[in-house]
Design a protein around this ligand. Sequence first.
Ligand code: NDP
Length: 324
Amino acid sequence: MTTTPHLKVAIIGSGPAGYTAAIYTARANLNPTMFTGLQPGGQLTITTDVENYPGFAEAVQGPWLMEQFRAQAENVGTTLLAEHVESVDFSKRPFTLTTDTNKTYTADSVIISTGAQARWLGLESETKFQGYGVSGCATCDGFFYKNQEIAVIGGGNTAVEEALFLTNFASKVTLIHRRDELRAEKVLQDRLLNHPKVEVLWDHVLEEIVGDDNPKSVTGLKAKHVKTGAITDLKVSGVFIAIGHDPATKLFKGQINLDAEGYIICPPGTTNTNIEGVFAAGDVQDKLYRQAVTAAGQGCMAALDAERYLATLETTSTLKAASK
Ligand code: NDP
């Protein structure tokens, strides 16, 4: 007879939030097991230079940084499973997790850190220059565009905030939006439209990013007017795609409370979901900050929350046993 492995702490997802949760729960002797999923290391594995993760005086490479997270989690006693969780059942305790290898696990507590993925337009040239002039994160990469002309694609809060942030470095920022009005909040719109370094190209979609192969770099873009089809050529050295993110929460639909955009709902400043014993950390619950360091901070919070929850669980079962 095969027995179902039972875990005290199951961590789903292996970005900065998940690894930090693993490090803290391992050091609390909770023997965490992490399901690393299909893209171990998360979004940082598709980034090149990381200059804003504290503790490193010089830029480090995203994949290297995630490798360090992984090694640290493993060194302190985390079990890493290269399995993808395909379904969960949070309706009864212990919770149940089933993976792509058809294995089932039970768990007393679960930390969800499956992250979010930046949306991309899907252009061939966009993929080609990703990390070489095409970016999905102004906070991460804006610094590299001092006194250069750049473009931002999108019309929501993220696009407008990123465009405004990029004016701190760039000599000119062109926001390219597919409609003739922005989705972003009014106050952000006003700030953007009155900024001397910003120009908006209304009713345009990005058609192609152009650049050099050696060294790989962006030199410009072609934008198409959605009504006339006319092409505008822009000379830019950076293109920031800011058309939204998709949190990786399909798996949890119907199991825990998600907001209209699919993010896990946690009361501000906590990692608690609506299911006691299930916690969420990082981009899967955070659409505002989305930084490796904030995700790591939330991973630590989730670990401490899980530790507290498991201690209460233990006390309750000890009291129950004593009263029998
Ligand atoms: P949004 O979904 O709000 O906006 C995405 C933008 O990208 C829209 O303008 C959309 O155009 C455009 N877009 C989408 N797909 C394409 C495409 N294929 N081609 C061209 N343009 C495209 O995403 P955000 O990331 O801006 O925001 C996500 C959530 O996070 C929102 O709830 C937002 O309010 C919140 N947020 C809040 C912040 C704050 O409060 N300071 C900061 C950042 C985010 P269209 O308008 O035509 O649909």
